[in-house]
Ligand binder design. Structure first.
Ligand code: HSE
Length: 319
């Protein structure tokens, strides 16, 4: 597809949700890791997904997270036409780095661009959340918010939707190890308890406040101390082979913190600077080798842009 007023190509970033202490509320965008989507405005109404390259996913719009997000936007826009999409899936579903969120955010953002930007970012998050509802049964926004806004976001509330951009220190880098096993978010949510003891709540919201304060003040010590999850990680980490081994290796190699990326199975470390991220990445690879599970490793600064237009000839690195 060429790039003109009616036809665009967008990059939709992968994201790390939760950031350990901030279950369902904190998230950040990665740079260069994500899906590519081609969108074309059509006179005929509705959403047609012509192809999904790279993964076996439904083409039926109502069964596809990108389709559902686009349908929600179309309905709200009053536009009489429709959209055609081709999706290049570069993030595997069930990876823990926001695969469904990237496609849903890319569809909502891209269609908004084709219609002349009638909607603001909070609206786009709302449309993309419909994709999350389809994917996991819960319309959480901690992946779609950073996918659309870029950087680090806090979802203070989903009803009504209230999203704040959190300052991101320039040196912050993420290192993500993705074991090549699928873990559905819906399954990883089912195993969670629905209530928590007060003492754990107090510790967790101390950490959320500490992390946000540490990010705004660029206090890496406070960031590091706050990257702790006493509620979700003890339960979900049991589903990730080698989690404790990797955590120890990452922290010994100098990571500020280490935890589960979203609902897993990917794990992430936050690091101060790219050299530290490379060192932590190396330690993670070495610690995981004995587990004999294939994996991918992504090293990335925090992506300051969310979904964005790609130039017609702009290439992304192979994944
Ligand atoms: N907050 C969600 C969860 C993110 O942890 O279930 C899913 O990527």
């Amino acid at each position: 597809m060429s790039q003109d007023l009616n036809e665009i190509r967008v990059f939709a970033p992968a994201t790390i949700a939760n950031l350990s202490c901030g279950f369902d509320v904190l998230g950040l965008a990665l740079e260069g890791v994500g899906d590519v989507m081609h969108l074309k405005r059509t006179d005929s109404p509705g959403v047609r997904i012509l192809a999904v390259h790279g993964m076996d996913l439904p083409l039926e719009a109502t069964q596809n997270v990108a389709g559902v997000a686009a349908l929600a936007l179309l309905e709200a826009s009053g536009f009489s036409g429709g959209v055609e999409m081709v999706i290049e899936k570069r993030i595997k579903p069930g990876s823990g780095i926001g695969s469904s969120a990237a496609s849903a955010a890319g569809a909502a953002w891209g269609l908004n661009a084709l219609l002349g930007y009638p909607f603001e970012n909070p609206d786009l998050v709302r449309f993309a959340m419909e994709g999350e509802r389809l994917a996991s049964g819960t319309a959480h926004a901690d992946n779609v918010a950073p996918a659309i806004y870029g950087g680090i976001t806090l979802v203070r509330s989903t009803d009504p939707l209230d999203i704040a951009r959190v300052h991101c220190p320039g040196e912050l880098h993420a290192c993500v190890l993705h074991p090549q096993v699928e873990l559905k978010t819906s399954d990883a949510r089912k195993i969670l308890k629905t209530s928590i003891p007060m003492a754990k709540g107090i510790r967790q919201w101390g950490n959320v406040g500490g992390l946000v304060t540490g990010l705004f003040t660029e206090d890496y010590g406070l960031i590091s101390r706050s990257l702790e999850d006493c509620i979700i990680e003890p339960v979900r980490s049991l589903l990730i082979p080698g989690f404790d081994t990797m955590k120890q290796a990452a922290l010994e190699a100098g990571a500020l913190g280490f935890g589960i990326s979203g609902s897993g199975p990917s794990v992430y470390a936050l690091c101060r600077g790219s050299a530290s991220a490379r060192q932590v990445g190396q330690a993670l690879q070495e610690s995981y080798a004995p587990f004999d599970i294939p994996f991918e490793l992504h090293l990335s600064p925090v992506g300051q842009r969310g979904v964005c237009l790609l130039e017609p000839d702009q290439q992304l690195p192979k994944v």
